[in-house]
Design a protein around this ligand. Structure first.
Ligand SMILES: Nc1ncnc2c1ncn2[C@@H]1O[C@H](COP(=O)(O)OP(=O)(O)OP(=O)(O)O)[C@@H](O)[C@H]1O
Ligand SMILES: [Mg+2]
Length: 251
């Protein structure tokens, strides 16, 4: 059981407090959705967890199966990001196999695991020799997900993982993430503007407004029966989620 706990996380850029005293826990087999308007601090939280941005104050503690904090060196293997733009996150000169073999090798696993990893993200083994420009957006994002799993990640931070994909394939990628979350017992932070998928794919929802969490709870409580005025406005502005799923975004 690998658990990531964020305590009192704060980030100030010059005079702007982008993230203000945020605390939550990511646990195995659970998805936490982080929602809120543009500029509310969601990506800054993701980037601090991914160690791309240093917190101004607060702590991020990763606890391993033995109940002990994971040492700094192991952190990056355990905590992996999936970014919004799969094109930008893959190197155009390298094959899919290269993208996957490198993290496998660094973690003492062999290149022969590549087909198994591809299968996990529902891609056939022949994708290994392709380059990013020979893939669709959805296939690229599947490769990015496979790469996140390659070092044996236990915590996945997905920052708007489908917002740049064609609407017709978004649900397929989210369902893949949900399946992997179950199969691999991953802890997932799902950052999105889309309240419908936040409700559908998460156990808990955190609502951010100006750097603070203004409301949190089970996805139904927060998104169907919001208490906070800001969450109410957010929910009222969103299209009816049930209608979206009735329309069969089943792709
Ligand atoms: N490197 C930086 N330097 C200065 N200010 C920054 C930096 N990164 C983010 N900010 C500011 O921090 C605030 C939060 O930005 P952040 O990207 O976390 O928002 P977000 O919730 O992810 O928004 P979006 O939904 O548009 O992706 C914004 O006011 C932003 O301008
Ligand atoms: Mg963002």
């Amino acid at each position: 059981m690998t658990t990531l706990e964020v305590r009192g996380l704060t980030k100030t850029f010059h005079k702007i407090t982008a993230v203000d005293d945020v605390s939550f826990t990511l646990a195995p087999g659970r998805t936490v959705a982080l929602v809120g308007e543009s500029g509310s601090g969601k990506s800054t939280i993701a980037r601090m967890i991914a160690r791309l941005v240093r917190p101004t104050s607060g702590e991020i503690v990763l606890t391993g199966p033995d109940g002990e904090p994971v040492p700094r060196r192991g952190y990056r293997d355990h905590v992996q990001m999936i970014f919004q733009d799969p094109f930008a996150s893959l190197n155009p000169f390298h094959t899919v196999e290269h993208h996957l073999a490198r993290p496998l090798r660094l973690h003492g696993r062999s290149r022969s695991d590549v087909p198994r990893l591809l299968e996990k993200v529902s891609l056939t083994a022949d994708f290994a020799r392709r380059r990013p420009h020979e893939l669709s957006g959805g296939q690229r994002q599947r490769v990015a997900i496979a790469r996140a799993l390659a070092p044996g990640a236990k915590v996945i931070i997905a920052d708007e993982p489908v917002s740049m994909l064609d609407v017709s394939i978004r649900l397929g990628v989210l369902k893949l993430l949900a399946r992997l979350q179950r199969e691999e017992n991953l802890a997932v932070l799902y950052i999105t503007h889309d309240l419908a998928t936040a409700r559908h794919f998460s156990d808990e929802v955190l609502v951010m407004h100006r750097g603070r969490i203004v409301e949190r709870g089970s996805s139904d409580d927060v998104l169907v029966r919001p208490q906070d005025p800001y969450t109410r406005r957010l929910a009222a502005a969103a299209p009816d989620p049930e209608a979206r799923f009735r329309q069969g975004g089943q792709s």
